[in-house]
Design a protein around this ligand. Sequence first.
Ligand SMILES: Cc1cc2nc3c(=O)[nH]c(=O)nc-3n(C[C@H](O)[C@H](O)[C@H](O)COP(=O)(O)O)c2cc1C
Length: 260
Amino acid sequence: MDTQLITHPTLDLIHAHASCRHYDTNAPVPDTAIETIVSAAQRASTSSNIQAWSVIAIRNAETRAELARLSGEQKHIAEAPVFLVWCADLARLDAVAALRGYPQNTEYLESFFTAAVDATLASQNAALAAEALGLGICYIGGLRNNPREVIQLLQLPKLVFPIFGMTVGYPSKPPRTRPRLPRSAMLNWETYAPTTEADLRAYDREMAQTGIYQGRQVPVPGKPEQMEDYGWLEHTARRGEKPARAQLSEILREQGFELK
Ligand SMILES: Cc1cc2nc3c(=O)[nH]c(=O)nc-3n(C[C@H](O)[C@H](O)[C@H](O)COP(=O)(O)O)c2cc1C
């Protein structure tokens, strides 16, 4: 039997999350909303309180159109009135180090990792804050398709790197919530346990029922004459096969993160 979960209005907000890709272009997002969202982002936990992140809020339509293009023609970036670019930021710590007469060591992967985690935690607080205000959001990892161009466009100095973007605006239609894997796949007690095939197949069926992958059919593995529905398993396995943004470590090094 499934465990009866505890309820709370904050949990209702978290569970209502769905990425929004359709925005009301006639509903402006006031500066106070952006300031409120970023204030919530600042309350997230941060490694040793170093607060190694920055966010760039972009309203300019031309810049958003360019970022939409650079992120793989994602039209929701151009449509949403605000685009937030979440950055790992060790440039500020360079200034701190200089003020106290120390060099900042950014040689190791740990430096970038810390800043990227800080930026990510802050962004998720912002996402929930935005949703609490009735706004829709969508993370945009596509921003890392062309990081050099993004860095140039936004004038990011050394030791600042765009981790992902986030569209923000009022939804023009309510986005649909996507089911998640069964909790038993994620929650292990005391030691690690691999996810069972039964859990994976059950989720594949649940995702297929949402109609998200409708119309896509693929051959049954090992039986090319038979067709089966394309679902989460196929989608995710295909995605995992592709080399992902192979130039990233090179560009990070150009930005001053040595990643040793
Ligand atoms: C780091 C990150 C990058 C993402 N990048 C994109 C993106 O480039 N474009 C997009 O439309 N959605 C993007 N998404 C949204 C995911 O596709 C979405 O969160 C996932 O499919 C689950 O759906 P849900 O958020 O509606 O529950 C991204 C999400 C994350 C966390």
